[in-house]
Design a protein around this ligand. Sequence first.
Ligand SMILES: [Zn+2]
Length: 517
Amino acid sequence: MSFSTRCRVRTIGLALAFAGLVVLPLAAQRENVDLDAIYKIKQQGFQSSHVMEIMSELTDVYGPRLTGSPSITKAAEWAMKEMTGWGLVNVKMEPWGPFGRGWENERTVVLAVAPDAFPIIGYSKAWAAGTNGPVRAEVAYAPIASEADFAKYTGKLKGKFVFISTPREIDAHFEADARRYTDEDLDRIAMETDKNPRGARRFNFDRTFPGKRMDFLKTEGALAVFDESRGDDGTVFVQGGGSRDPKVTPTMPEITIAAEHYGRIVRMVEKNVPVTLEIDIKNTFFPADQNVFNIVGEIPGTDKADEIVMLGGHFDSWHGGTGATDNAAGSAVMMEAMRILKASGLKMRRTVRIGLWSGEEQGLLGSRAYVKEHFADPATMQLKPEHAKLSGYFNVDNGTGAIRGVYLQGNEMVAPIFRQWMQPFRNLGMTQLSIDDTGGTDHLSFDAVGLPGFQFIQDPIDYSTRTHHSNMDVYERIQAPDMMQNPVIVAAFVYEAANRDEMLPRKPLPEPRPPRF
Ligand SMILES: [Zn+2]
């Protein structure tokens, strides 16, 4: 047989083998996407959506849902009543702890009284002390950035309201606050590789300094501490201060105010014009570990009822606004997805369980406690029986924006599956998978013990520029069309995962290690 014939035979052989290779996995990976079910889910989600009512209840009626506060319990009782009304079962609170004491703000008055009177947009930090009625004092500007600055202000702060941050230059907004991902953005996200395994946030500053500065101010007899909010246009980004530790006596009011008001006051003080403010802040502390729970509920499965698919997001929020985009939006999307699945009457082989977590803003505490209780402790990786029964967990916690794809958290094996599940939603803009992981939220608690946990890629809208942990995180910032399509997509993914013959493929189990966040 001549050389050329042999080559031709080998080439044909190779081609056939390759075709076989290509054909084989594609066939193996073909998912039975149930378009009838998708149609029913879309009907339910687009024709009789409840998502914006859920949003208004969680935000307008129940307000901010700080973990440990009575408000989060009231909001949870409403959510549980709703879900039970939809026909979900095993709807309950699962307490966890330790967390520390609760806190709630009931009154905030911050205003300038001299040389000119004007109202100030300001918020108490969570867990900071209040005042015992109205208090007036002069402002001392003391930009203390390190311990080296203590000497400069020793003996000058007694009886003063101390302004500790340096005012920023405020730029005009030449770019819109809100935006949607372009195809180029999505391609860039898709190309990002696994640069930060398991998505741990890195804090590279001296965490002890704020505490030392607070001790210095207390010793010097300051009456309250003020800092300038990032952001502008009267938007105040405010989180925690004080301490959740019931053994620590709260003494110092800590207030974050709008940049525009902070700047005006500092510029006057720097001109040696005395500025007097009046504050009246009523904060209440609650006994430790009260109002601390996760909310769960289920739609029972059929022939694989002992296996579960979970969906969720955090229910808690910070206190400046009503926690609308962070994360009533994710909670409402997940509740609505459960309503859609139940109302559609579709049967699911695996049990579907919703998890609405608390303590997320303080370090994913609720979801970590849940995973440790039900699946495994990442520090020991001792697996509990349920660990083998969870197919996957889907999380939403990136604001109100439309779902554009999924972060795969380094799990290549699910890519061909999700790619096919996304097909019916291409016309809604869901087109992208990113192998990369995304950090900072509750899917990490599942990923930390080797369970498939996924966060969706969402349009940013004005999440980081306006709403994330700010006083403007309110219902008005919610995009209704996005909020209507997101539960449809989540319900479809959960439906497919609940009815797939196999559970979702997993990454290798991680080594035992203490949580890094
Ligand atoms: Zn969040």
